[in-house]
Design a protein around this ligand. Structure first.
Ligand SMILES: Cc1cc2nc3c(=O)[nH]c(=O)nc-3n(C[C@H](O)[C@H](O)[C@H](O)COP(=O)(O)OP(=O)(O)OC[C@H]3O[C@@H](n4cnc5c(N)ncnc54)[C@H](O)[C@@H]3O)c2cc1C
Length: 429
């Protein structure tokens, strides 16, 4: 006879949010329930280190591990498959298995932790698949960006790094531009390469969250100090070979003394190497199944529970979060690895509370804190705030600590986070 108390908890996505939730469920519930993780990738990849892959400072092998044996060691079932369709009425998910064939999985509780879909199709010519720009959003993209980088070094020219209108991942773009600048200095090519940072943010250091105290001043100082020009309020019209065409944008030159920007509306910027992050959407399975908002992100209540389907939860980048401040050219909010883990722990605990008939514990997005390490090659900025998704004036703590320790901290954190994820120690900070 099936044990009616033993529930099937199905997790889509085995990255920061999905793995954390699986480990937390296992830690708290032991063998009481069956936990299954489905991911289209066989490996966990520490995405924050992808910024170093193009410059040869990390290989994918150094920053990843296989999911199947790792999860098996924790008593969690892993299926290497792509989720295609979620049917909330029948409580099933249809998956395409990596080794062929489709099958249906039943769930009592479903956790959506599928992260973002990088929407390169939003701008003609954008992205590495049929376009003219590179990306560092996934492991294959970062490898390809490295191949293009080595080619670029043989014949250097102007570089553009940034994020388009409606993008969310500005932190990664900032990290990449400063690491790229450092990489050029290391190979003695910096003076032959003009670098421009291109962003839809209304001011440098906005990050999609309205900035933080001193973030603008500090980011502008970094740009001027490293000789990087920056374009604000940018709306990219299209990309053609070697050229980014702008519908609008304001260019600030690092060397300009008067601080007045040049209007780039209708203009274009040349490049020999460009890494531009597009807007993020929810992934196809969420959009196709009608479980997301207009952008395909899952709207949840304060318990990370779907508004209509009470046994579906979501965590990480797949969750819809309202921007705390308006952004005229369209910015979305960042959802970092740390935030994804916080959401996943609450979602996991609330699934178990619901099963056991205990009260659920709320964690409104407006109460989530942030701990961020922004790397800039051989230095960087440590960023801490008590509440990230509220306007800056409503935060009690906003701390930015620049210096080489930010770089050392990121390197140390990379090792620690990989160890924590590999060994399931999610109760550790
Ligand atoms: C270049 C870069 C640098 C970054 N740097 C930092 C940083 O320094 N610090 C920081 O905190 N954050 C950083 N971030 C953000 C961080 O990577 C994300 O917050 C984090 O990865 C979100 O975790 P997640 O589990 O929600 O989504 P993801 O990590 O995107 O994982 C989603 C998982 O779902 C799987 N999936 C998707 N669709 C399906 C499907 N249909 N079926 C099965 N599986 C599916 C994917 O394969 C993936 O494994 C960075 C992001 C990028 C792109």
């Amino acid at each position: 006879m099936p044990d009616s108390k033993r529930k099937s908890i199905l997790i889509l996505g085995g990255s920061f949010a999905g793995l954390t939730a699986a480990y937390e469920l296992k830690r708290l519930a032991g063998e009481a329930h069956e936990i299954t993780v489905v991911d289209k990738n066989e490996h966990f990849v520490f995405i924050p280190s992808l910024i170093w892959v193009p410059f040869g400072w990390r290989t994918i092998e150094q920053i990843s591990f296989p999911l199947a044996p790792t999860l098996a060691a924790q008593g969690v079932r892993f299926l290497h498959a792509t989720a295609r369709w979620i049917d909330p009425a029948r409580q099933t998910v249809t998956i395409s298995q990596a080794n062929g064939g489709e099958r249906e999985l039943f769930y009592d509780y479903l956790l959506v932790a599928t992260g973002p879909h990088a929407d390169f199709a939003m701008v003609e010519g954008l992205g590495p698949d049929g376009g003219y720009t590179v990306s560092i959003c996934t492991a294959p993209h970062a490898i390809e960006a490295g191949r293009a980088w080595r080619e670029f070094l043989r014949e250097p020219g102007p570089v553009i790094v940034g994020a388009t209108q409606e993008a969310a991942c500005y932190g990664a773009a900032y990290e990449f531009v400063f690491n790229l600048e450092y990489a050029l200095r290391k190979v003695g090519l910096r003076d032959r390469v003009p670098i421009t940072y291109l962003t839809s943010e209304p001011f440098a250091g906005h990050f999609g969250i309205g900035g933080m105290k001193w973030a603008r001043e500090m980011t502008e100082w970094f740009f001027r100090h490293t000789g990087i020009d920056w374009v604000l309020d940018a709306v990219v019209e299209k990309v053609s070979p070697g050229m980014v065409h702008l519908r609008q944008g304001r260019l600030h030159r690092a060397a300009a003394k008067n601080g007045r920007p040049e209007d780039l509306s209708g203009g274009s910027l040349p490049f020999r190497y460009a890494m531009i992050i597009p807007r993020f959407l929810g992934v196809p399975v969420v959009r196709d199944s009608g479980l997301g908002n207009a952008r395909g992100f899952v709207v949840v209540d304060d318990y990370f529970r779907h508004l209509q389907h009470r046994n579906i939860y979501a965590a990480g980048v797949s969750v819809a979060v309202a921007p705390p401040e308006p952004c005229p050219s369209g910015c979305s909010v960042p959802k970092t690895g740390y935030i994804s883990e916080v959401m996943a722990k609450y979602a996991a605990r609330n699934i178990l509370a619901d099963i056991d008939g205990r009260p659920l514990v709320p964690k409104p997005a407006t109460e989530i804190d942030a701990k961020c390490l922004m790397d800039a090659g051989n230095q960087g900025i440590i960023m801490l705030t008590d509440r990230i998704y509220v306007p800056s004036r409503h935060r009690k703590t906003e701390l930015l600590i620049p210096g080489p320790w930010a770089h050392w901290a990121k390197v140390a954190f990379e090792k620690y986070a990989l160890w924590k994820m590999r060994t399931g120690r999610v109760a550790w900070p």
